[in-house]
Design a protein around this ligand. Structure first.
Ligand code: HEM
Length: 333
């Protein structure tokens, strides 16, 4: 049975947990969040992941094609003339707020809350097409093995052995290690990792993975350039970039085909041979005080409009809601 601290969770989270898959129910969400904090050195008043980050604001403008895929009010034609306000946060993966912006095998995060009078639409993306684990139990084990020992460092041999026994958990780091360190939060693509279902006004459903494509392209640092940078440069870089104008991303739906797995976020669909549809443009316009992003979580499970649904067969999805609520309670109490 899943064990959670009931007072920490909103009713919606509890319902989702009850609807979750067998493996989501079997795992202890509190234990996962504890392990995530432990792996980052148990820092106080920070997120269980994405502890280091920058809060920003901007707008979302839907494309002409978006209403053909989803009836979500956020994608309505009228918003093309009057873009919707957005609060967003870029971050570094993990619960250590002192992680270096130069760290390579660490995902950068892009969380966004697009506001519409009908409610919010929240997406939480990372700078890799795959997540590190396919089940909550595997995430618990993955994080546990990374807990620092008495010397303040995790046991490299244990991590290696875990990777050998769970090869799918090594795909994300391999993908990140094969690419340069992003030079900017606005110079890298981000993926939603899970398979979403988009439903149009006629009830036609399309399974898609979502992605943001940076208008600036993939801006990478060479090893020498990275060496010359301080450990924290993303916030200043973004401030300077935004002084020149908005940083834009396309929000894109990569359409699934028969056989594309919807239950395993460690598997990337073959994007180059999949049709993709632009859903709209995200424009980041200015930095926001951290407090604007810190008072609530970007809950990618609960804050979805009709017309956009997360997967019901991916055990990693539903459990995110209670996990984020536990982290919020811990960092704000
Ligand atoms: C069982 C699966 C997962 C668990 C238990 C988990 C856990 C967490 C926790 C505890 C937080 C901190 C929330 C807060 O304090 O507001 C967080 C934040 C975050 N997670 Fe996850 N996560 C999971 C899956 C994922 C996946 C699949 C992605 C990638 C798409 C992801 C990307 C992020 C990002 C980018 C943040 C930072 C959010 C922000 O800026 O506020 N997580 N996660």
């Amino acid at each position: 049975m899943m064990s959670i601290r009931p007072p920490l969770l909103c009713a919606a989270s509890l319902i989702l947990v009850a609807m979750g898959t067998a493996s989501a129910q079997e795992v202890d969400t509190q234990a996962i969040v504890d392990a995530l904090f432990k792996a980052g050195g148990n820092q106080p008043n920070v997120r269980g992941s994405g502890a280091k980050g920058v809060c920003v604001k901007g707008t979302f403008t839907p494309s002409a094609e978006a209403p053909g895929l989803s009836k979500a009010p956020h994608f309505a034609k009228a918003n093309a003339e009057k873009p919707l306000p957005m609060t967003a946060r870029f971050s570094m993966g993990g619960s250590n707020p002192k992680v270096s912006d130069k760290a390579k095998p660490v995902t950068r995060g892009f969380s966004m809350r697009i506001a519409d009078p009908s409610g919010d639409m929240v997406f939480v993306f990372i700078s890799a097409p795959v997540f590190g684990t396919k089940t909550p139990q595997q995430l618990l084990d993955f994080a546990t093995v990374r807990a620092p020992g008495p010397d303040g460092k995790p046991d490299a041999e244990k991590i290696k052995a875990f990777g050998a026994a769970n090869p799918e958990t090594t795909r994300q780091a391999a993908w990140l290690n094969a690419r340069p360190v992003p030079a900017s939060y606005a110079g890298v693509d981000y993926w939603g990792v899970h398979a979403y279902t988009l439903t149009d006004a006629k009830g036609t459903a399309t399974v898609a993975k979502l992605k943001t494509v940076a208008a600036a392209g993939q801006l990478g640092l060479s090893d020498d350039e990275a060496k010359a940078k301080p450990d924290a440069f993303y916030a200043d870089e973004l401030k300077e970039r935004l002084a020149q104008g908005p940083a834009r991303f396309d929000l894109v739906a990569i359409l699934g085909e028969t056989g594309d797995p919807t239950n395993d976020p460690t598997v990337q669909w073959p994007e180059e041979s999949r049709k993709s549809v632009k859903l709209g443009t995200l424009a980041i316009t200015a930095l926001e005080p951290a407090a604007t992003c810190d008072g609530a979580t970007f809950d990618p499970v609960v804050d979805l409009p009709a017309g956009v649904a997360g997967p019901t067969d991916d055990p990693m999805f539903a459990i995110r809601s209670p996990a984020y609520a536990i982290s919020l309670s811990r960092r704000t109490n």
